[in-house]
Write a protein that binds this ligand. Structure first.
Ligand SMILES: C[S@@+](CC[C@H](N)C(=O)[O-])C[C@H]1O[C@@H](n2cnc3c(N)ncnc32)[C@H](O)[C@@H]1O
Length: 449
């Protein structure tokens, strides 16, 4: 499955094959630079040019002689430059970002372990209707990280176990700031850390928070955050996102333009269910905190839904002696959340969702679904997606010392392994390594019918 692109480019291979005795003899003459690559087409051209030069210079003046020699040397150097360029450059591949076939061919050529969009196993992603992507670039993320670290250091809840860590806190803050919503809806508040993050991103925007328990309840035991400009539907007033009269509530908050609303789900509910509810209410911008990989997590996620066999790394093979089983076994030794084939595959070789189940509500409810149903779900999701973007991990595992998520199942980190100086410059080195252990592929989607 994972073939390597070894050896040189067609240029270097072709050059060696084309070596000809006449040009090899010429290369040993005094005018040839010592660093010249093996005699090739280049050498042949050079010797041809030399013969032309010797013909044309026999009856010229000294100055035109000098000019010709200079031109000749310049020509030789450009040939040398060109051949070096061709030898060491990679073939330019133009891969349409949402063409699974082209991507799979391209990525399967890469060496195992080298950086790629989604690591060596490859992972499925959801295809948007027109292949649109987000407006921000990696450089925007790096710039924003520098700003966010000092903000994060002032968080009221230092230990947010069971809630968001650094990666997702940054992702939520970055996207809320970029998208500039007038209203932010949060489903799943816990002690209020994510409410605090939303507030840092948009100091004057309204927030609506839905959660069975009010964050103030946690204050008895330790730090929590209660926002003064947030409408809480919690405790006795709790209403599930899917049961809310959104028309009425948005009217009360003076919101007319639903494209100015950002909905953030961290409530561990089936994301297909949430997507349909959000679509029905007319919301367009959604963030799902826990976008679990196939075989993991307590609810059916977008990533699971889009996991289909036509995408590299998707549509798993339950064959115990296959490549996937072998790679997974290897990954499991290093990464806490990596799964082996027995964990991926359930009864009847059902691999989709979690061993053929669509989980919901913290896995308090789950339903076995057929592959046909799972496939239909992906068709539905992709039919309403304008944009699908997974937040990359903030920094490579060798920098953050995280061991939970498997980097082969995630996009390349914002600060890649080896960029220690950048990691330090951004202030990431000051943070406790435990804050980097909660990455689960937070995803932003823009939807419409
Ligand atoms: C993982 S915690 C949220 C963490 C929080 N966003 C943070 O970053 O600190 C999940 C929260 O969802 C709440 N929850 C459970 N069922 C819910 C539902 N149907 N709607 C909204 N929230 C729900 C839980 O009570 C819990 O507070």
């Amino acid at each position: 499955m994972l073939s390597s692109r070894r050896g040189g480019t067609p240029t270097s291979g072709g050059g060696d094959d084309e070596e000809d005795p006449a040009s090899t003899a010429a290369s040993s003459s005094a005018e040839e630079p010592k660093t010249h690559p093996p005699a090739t087409l280049t050498a042949r051209l050079a010797s041809y040019t030399r013969s032309l030069v010797s013909l044309s210079t026999s009856s010229t003046s000294f100055s035109s002689h000098c000019l010709t020699i200079s031109l000749f040397i310049a020509f030789l150097f450009s040939l040398l430059g060109l051949s070096v360029l061709l030898r060491y450059s990679r073939p330019v591949a133009c891969i349409p970002p949402y063409d699974p076939l082209a991507r799979s061919v391209h990525f399967s050529r890469r060496l195992e372990g080298l950086a790629s969009d989604f690591g060596s196993l490859g992972v499925p992603w959801c295809r948007s209707k027109q292949g649109r992507t987000v407006e921000w670039a990696p450089s925007d993320l790096i710039k924003a990280l520098e700003e966010f670290v000092p903000i994060y250091e002032t968080r009221p809840i230092k230990n947010n176990m069971y809630g968001m860590g650094f990666d997702h806190s940054f992702g939520l803050w970055f996207m809320a700031r970029w998208l500039e919503p007038d209203l932010m809806v949060e489903s799943g508040a816990f002690k209020g850390h994510s409410t605090w993050i939303l507030r840092q991103a948009r100091p004057d925007a309204k927030i609506i928070s839905l959660s069975p328990r009010h964050p103030e309840k946690y204050l008895k035991k330790g730090p929590a955050y209660v926002d003064p400009n947030c409408t809480y539907f919690t405790g006795k007033n709790f209403v599930d996102f899917g049961s809310m009269s959104w028309g009425k509530v948005l009217g009360q908050h003076g919101v007319k333009d639903l494209s100015k609303v950002l909905v953030f789900f961290d409530d561990h509910q089936n994301e297909l269910k949430r997507l349909k509810q959000a679509l029905k209410a007319g919301f367009r911008h959604l963030i799902f905190e826990d976008n679990y990989d196939t075989g993991t997590g307590d609810h059916y996620s977008l990533r699971q839904i889009c996991d289909q066999s036509y995408i590299r790394g998707g549509g798993h093979s339950c064959f115990r002696d296959g490549d996937e089983a072998r790679i997974r076994l290897k990954r499991k030794k290093f990464w806490d959340k990596a799964l082996d084939i027995d964990e991926i595959c359930g009864k009847g070789e059902a691999w989709w969702g979690v061993r053929g189940y669509m989980r919901d509500d913290f896995n308090h409810s789950n339903k076995a679904i057929s592959y046909a149903e799972h496939f239909q779900n992906s068709r539905f999701v992709e039919s309403i997606l304008n944009v699908y973007w997974e937040l990359p991990p903030v920094a490579g595992p060798s920098l953050t010392h995280q061991t939970r998520y498997d980097p082969a199942r995630a996009s390349d980190p914002i600060v890649e392994d080896g960029r220690y100086a950048l990691f330090q410059r951004l202030g990431l080195g000051k943070l406790d390594s435990s804050v980097f252990n909660g990455y689960t592929q937070m995803v932003y989607v823009e939807i419409s019918r």
